[in-house]
Design a binder for this molecule. Sequence first.
Ligand SMILES: [Zn+2]
Length: 324
Amino acid sequence: MAITIGKGGKETSGIIDDDVVQPFSLESTGLRGRMVRLGPCLKQIIELHDYPLPVSYLLSEAVTLSLLLAAMLKYDGIFTLQIQADGPIRAIITDVNAKGHIRAYAAFDHDEIAAMDHGDHQQDHNYYHLLESGYMSFTVDQGDNTDRYQGIVNLTGNSLMDAVQHYFAQSEQIRTAIRMSIHPQDDQWRSGAVMVQYIPETPEQEADHDRQSERLEDWQRTTILMETCRDEELLSPNLHSADVLYRLFHEEGVRVYPPTPIKHVCRCSRERVSNVLQTLSADERKDAQDEKGEIDITCEFCGRQYFFTRRDVEELNEAADRKN
Ligand SMILES: [Zn+2]
């Protein structure tokens, strides 16, 4: 089911649609895209971790991008965006499942980040340089019996967005345009983003010069329209995402599809932690025990603690032995 917001279409201002991924297509050109708006969900993630501003900011970018990209997730499964870097910020991991349940965390050097003076706090809140060098990977895990998709890209360019666009252009031959805005004020974390992609056609169509130069014009016109999107439009909780898309693309015949609501949910459980512990070698489990023989594990995503007594660890060892 899709709703076309054509000329004369009614705007639906006043309806708040926070925490959604809104897919859309443009009738005039067949280009497809998605829009992400995050409010309370992003706030929950940021407040839970209480990281320093630069870390919270990059984490918000990663969360927003992962929702734009989770379109790669066609069936039930998990999409993971992982950044591994050499800078003061060492890692950012965020994953989302097909139900729109997202979680995220970052690892960083507290001292190095704390030592940054205010001059390091960028006016434009671009903290990409704090990753220095490294890579970003995308994994789509659709269960035990299916192939995992994995894509990987070096942290090139001046932002995470640049790296994502570079990845699609190089690895997938998909031109990708993204416009993203994040509002990083302590009690009002919000993000908004819109992405349009240009998927290659069949080899015959690609060989048709006139057709392709027309497609290129379509693409350029669309990305120019997208660039006109203001931060307030991307971020305003009082503006429905369909309204923002209509403002941007009404001349292109924008069509919106049912949105996916997004929630901050961690999938960790004692059972999952036990399973992970059982897959470790006996030596690794021993290393994880403290001097009393207990194991205390904190979920990086949500902070929940899982405590295993000496007796519990013995049971884990026995269970692991039975499996091997
Ligand atoms: Zn958790």
